[in-house]
Design a protein around this ligand. Structure first.
Ligand code: GRF
Length: 215
């Protein structure tokens, strides 16, 4: 996993990858030496590496991914663009979680609070979470699984962010485990049908209907 922040998505994935899961977290890399996500990894006994992003990080990143025999790279709160050489080496095997319904409210500079402020400013009644395949552009690769999150009257960036993050913590693990199962069976990553797919997402996330009908 690649993180830049406190690692709440990393913790959610750790909680989901218990015995019998089709994958496990073997390495956490951060572009920030003081990232809380590195501490989360260390506490879980997982390799935790700081790789500063200075335009020459591809060699170090690829070496770490090879050493730890990584099959799937998960970006969770990672704020840098992944080097084109890493994207090429792991084409179709890097996923990212974005706190809005891409392609809306995504792209360069659209991260964290800025995303939710833009959603609120637009007047949208629905935001959401998107897990997508990473390519050479920010928030641009094929969407694997979107999930709606309602914007409620009186929301501010913090309240919307909290509601979206809670869904991220459920959607990302469900999608990542489904991706591990697919890669493990030799299949490529392809769009998932959250309602019908094997990981029965509909039983773990707020029902779509509730997302459309604010309480
Ligand atoms: C949140 O802003 C979330 O929307 C985005 O990354 C941040 C979470 O970071 N995907 P972390 O997982 O708590 O470090």
């Amino acid at each position: 996993m690649l993180v830049s922040g406190r690692g709440s998505n990393l913790q959610a994935l750790l909680d989901a990858t218990r015995d019998g899961a089709p994958g496990r977290i073997a390495l956490v890399i951060s572009d920030r030496k003081d990232a809380g996500g590195l501490d989360v990894a260390r506490e879980a006994g997982i390799a935790a590496e700081w790789v500063s992003v200075d335009g020459k990080e591809a060699d170090a990143t690829l070496a770490l991914l090879a050493t730890h025999r990584i099959g799937l790279v998960v970006l969770a709160g990672y704020l840098k663009r992944v080097s084109g050489r890493v994207v090429a080496a792991f084409r179709g095997r890097i996923v990212n979680v974005h706190p809005a319904l891409l392609p809306a409210f995504g792209g360069p500079g659209m991260y964290g609070r800025r995303v939710h402020e833009a959603v609120l400013k637009s007047g949208a009644r629905l935001s959401g979470v998107t897990v997508h395949v990473v390519d050479e552009q920010y928030d641009h690769g094929p969407v694997l699984a979107p999930w709606p999150v309602p914007v409620r009257p009186g929301d501010n960036a913090e309240s919307l962010a909290a509601r979206v993050l809670a869904v991220e913590h459920q959607l990302l693990p469900a999608v990542v485990l489904a991706c591990c199962a697919r890669l493990g069976s030799g299949a490529d990553l392809s769009p998932l049908d959250p309602s019908a797919d094997a990981f029965s997402l509909s039983t773990t996330l707020p029902d779509f209907r509730h997302a459309l009908i604010p309480a």
